[in-house]
Design a protein around this ligand. Structure first.
Ligand SMILES: Nc1ncnc2c1ncn2[C@@H]1O[C@H](COP(=O)(O)OP(=O)(O)O)[C@@H](O)[C@H]1O
Ligand SMILES: [Mg+2]
Length: 404
């Protein structure tokens, strides 16, 4: 763009009408006024926690369901109402919500317990260095001075346990026995369905005295959710017929994920806005879907170890060269060895490379099918798991990350 033109560009941009009335409504962090299709779960959570208002300890409760099924939203909705009521009635209730995925706050046992200790008045806790016992002691001392009833919501607790091991769960189950004045009620939330099943029976009976399942939404339910939000987000008549249904259908394909559905609608809206058009059409949803898909793949690839990135780059390279021709582990190995030389890395054995290929297959980035080559034994036939059009961009990203 020629210098100076950018000013006109921005002025032009401002003078154009936008299809959005209030784009914020489509952001994941926005709290909607209504929460369709979660009445049952919200009532259940509220019913379990209500005794806290009378100063009695509620049962610990565990919520589970796949991502985007409204767990966080529903819990926040309930505790928000509890908090307000407790405030107006001056009840001795303290509610803490923590997302265990938050880096530096709650992603290790040390960090989680020290964050909690700080929350309960222990201001001078070093960010590292104390023994776990000591951290717990400070936390218990702090919390036992406070209000009688505490509700501790630990969102995405599966992430913490995956990273830090399940000892933390045993430690949490023991806390109440050591407190004199305060009672803690735990609300655990997990996106991983297996997590709940795999819990040690002792932990389960203590931390999940009650459990509540959040089933995935079906396409019609997603439509209701989207309609509510779209009404506020877009100007009247800026969405064509069928757009919401298409979004819902796409998001329901894997599992009914409201986050994915909202992302699709927002990204599609942004595409329309950027193109300076005035109507969101069904075709925009297709574009948005492939954009989101590509961004997700890119994110996964960016976090892979170097050796896996090299393996992937070799596979993409072979695709560029061979087109749709079939190729095998041995072909990848040759290309991969050349790449290693170029970056001064020592190549892994072909056997180890074959493991990396299997991992890439599990992540859904490529397809690897085991085939028999007669007396030469078995090998993997490798195919793409994404449209060929996204390969050039991925190759250049990989080259950048690998410094090639
Ligand atoms: N029933 C619903 N009504 C309105 N919005 C919803 C509903 N369920 C989920 N959402 C929205 O979808 C997104 C993901 O929901 P969230 O509660 O974070 O899911 P989870 O915690 O189960 O992964 C959020 O933006 C949330 O506002
Ligand atoms: Mg959540």
């Amino acid at each position: 763009m020629v210098k100076g033109n950018i000013k006109n560009f921005f002025e032009d941009y401002l003078s154009k009408e936008s299809i959005f009335e209030n784009k914020k409504v489509l952001q994941i962090s926005y709290t909607p006024d209504t929460i369709p299709h979660r009445e049952v779960q919200i009532k259940e959570i509220a019913g379990i926690l209500a005794p806290v208002l009378r100063g009695e300890k509620p049962s610990n409760v565990f919520l589970y369901g796949k991502t985007g099924t409204g767990k966080t939203l529903s819990v926040l909705h309930v505790i928000d109402n509890l908090k307000k009521l407790a405030e107006t009635k001056k009840l001795p209730l303290h509610i803490v919500y923590i997302n265990c995925k938050l880096k530096r706050v709650a992603d290790t046992e040390y960090r989680l317990i020290s964050s909690l200790a700080r929350e309960f008045g222990q201001k001078n806790i070093p960010t590292t260095g104390l023994a776990t016992d000591e951290i717990y002691r400070l936390f218990l001392k702090g919390i036992d001075k406070g209000p009688n009833q505490v509700i501790l919501v630990l969102d995405e607790i599966d992430q913490l346990v995956k990273k830090a091991g399940d000892e933390i769960l045993y430690n949490l189950t023991r806390i109440n026995a050591e407190l004199k004045n305060t009672q803690i009620t735990f609300v655990g939330i997990s996106n991983d369905l297996r997590f709940a099943n795999d819990l040690d029976p002792r932990v389960k009976s203590s931390l999940a005295e009650e459990d509540i399942n959040f089933p995935s939404y079906n396409a019609l339910q997603l439509q209701d959710i989207l309609n509510e939000r779209a009404k506020r987000a877009f100007k009247i008549k800026s969405i064509s017929e069928g757009v919401i249904a298409k979004c819902a259908a796409y998001a329901a394909r894997e599992h009914g994920d409201a986050r994915r559905a909202l992302d699709l609608l927002r990204v599609a809206g942004e595409l329309v806005e950027r193109a300076g058009e005035m109507e969101l059409k069904i075709s925009h949803i297709d574009f948005a879907e492939s954009k989101i898909e590509n961004d997700l793949v890119l994110e996964v690839i960016s976090t892979l170890p170097k050796q896996s990135q090299l393996t992937l780059l070799s596979i993409f390279d072979l695709y560029g060269k061979k087109g749709n021709e079939r190729f095998f582990t041995g072909d990848v190995y040759d290309r991969y060895s050349e790449h290693c030389k170029m970056c001064g890395l020592k190549p892994l054995t072909q056997r180890r490379l074959s493991d990396l290929i299997a991992e890439l297959d599990m992540l859904g980035i490529i397809n690897a099918r085991i085939v028999s080559k007669g007396r030469y034994g078995r090998t993997k036939e490798i195919g793409l798991a994404m449209p060929q059009s996204s390969i050039p961009n991925l190759i250049s990203q990989l080259n950048g990350w690998l410094g090639l």
